[in-house]
Design a protein around this ligand. Structure first.
Ligand code: AKG
Length: 240
C-alpha cells in the first residue's frame, strides 16, 4: 500500500489511503440516510451474504449533500483540477461473517443510457438495472474511484486486496491475472476513511471472518465526456 496522505495530497497514483474524510457523527448520518432507502427494485440486491444498492445516489437523493463535504471536494479538485462528474455510485454491505467473496478483476464496465454502435465500445450488457459497456481504455484511465468506508475495515472483514501498479497494464488478459496477484496487498481503512483507486487496478475481497460488518460507499468519477451518442446513466456534475 502507498503511504498515507491527507485528502489535499492525493497524487495521480493508483491507490491512496487517506485519514478519515468523515467524523463519527457524519458516518452515523450517512448510515441513517442509506438505511432510509426503500430497498426494493432492480437496483437492490439483498441476501444473507450481501446487501448492495446500485445507483445509491439516485435511490437516496439526500445522500449526496451529506457526502459532498469540503474534504471530498478538495480530494476531487486535486484529482480533477478542471472539474469532474460522478459516473457510478454503489453501496455495499458485507455483513459480519458473510461468505461473499469477490474474485480478482478490474472494473471495466461503465453504465450508460443506451446502446450505440461506436468504435472501441464493447462488449455491451443489458440487465434489469440498465445498459453497461466496456469503453476504450482511455476512459477507464481517466476515472478514479473513491470508496468511503462506514466501518473499520481490515483483512478479517473484507478489506480490498489490490495488485499495486496493475492499473498501468491496461486491460489485463484473464490468463495473466493469477500470476500478478502474487504481489497483492490488503488495504485496511478506518471508518470515515476513503480509499482512492483507479478502476483498472486489479482488486478482490475475501469472505468475512469477523463479527463486524463492512459497509462501503463506492463512488466513481471522471472528467472525460463520452461521445455525443452516449450519456453516463448516473451522471452528476460535481461543483468544486
Ligand atoms: O466491495 C467489494 O468487496 C468488492 C466490490 C468490487 O470489487 C467492485 O465493485 O468492483
Amino acid at each position: 500500500m502507498l503511504p498515507a496522505s491527507g485528502p489535499g495530497n492525493c497524487g495521480p497514483k493508483a491507490l491512496r489511503c487517506c485519514p478519515p474524510y468523515y467524523n463519527a457523527h457524519e458516518v452515523a448520518t450517512l448510515l441513517r440516510s442509506v438505511e432510509s432507502a426503500p430497498a426494493s427494485g432492480p437496483n437492490f440486491r439483498r441476501s444473507q451474504e450481501v446487501f448492495a444498492i446500485r445507483d445509491v445516489l439516485g435511490e437516496v437523493p439526500g445522500l449526496w449533500p451529506l457526502l459532498a463535504t469540503d474534504a471530498l471536494r478538495r480530494a476531487l479538485a486535486q484529482l480533477f483540477p478542471a472539474g469532474c462528474h460522478l459516473t457510478k455510485s454503489i453501496y455495499f454491505d458485507k455483513p459480519a461473517g458473510s461468505n461473499w467473496l469477490v474474485a480478482w478483476h478490474q472494473d471495466l464496465m461503465i453504465n450508460v443510457d443506451r446502446r450505440a454502435n461506436l468504435p472501441g465500445f464493447g462488449p455491451w450488457t443489458s440487465k434489469p438495472e440498465g445498459i453497461s459497456v466496456q469503453p476504450p481504455v482511455a476512459v477507464l484511465e481517466n476515472e478514479c474511484t473513491i470508496r468511503i468506508h462506514l466501518d473499520d475495515c481490515d483483512a478479517t472483514n473484507g478489506a480490498l486486496k489490490v495488485v499495486p501498479g496493475s492499473h498501468q497494464r491496461g486491460v489485463v488478459p484473464a490468463a495473466e491475472i493469477a500470476g500478478l496477484t502474487l504481489a497483492a496487498t490488503s488495504c485496511a481503512v478506518p471508518a470515515g476513511g476513503a480509499m482512492l483507486m483507479k478502476p483498472l487496478l486489479l482488486h478482490a475481497s475475501n469472505r468475512s471472518t469477523s463479527d463486524r460488518p463492512r459497509r462501503v460507499l463506492h463512488l466513481e468519477f471522471a472528467s472525460v465526456e463520452l461521445p455525443t451518442e452516449l450519456v453516463w446513466r448516473e451522471r452528476k456534475q460535481v461543483m468544486q
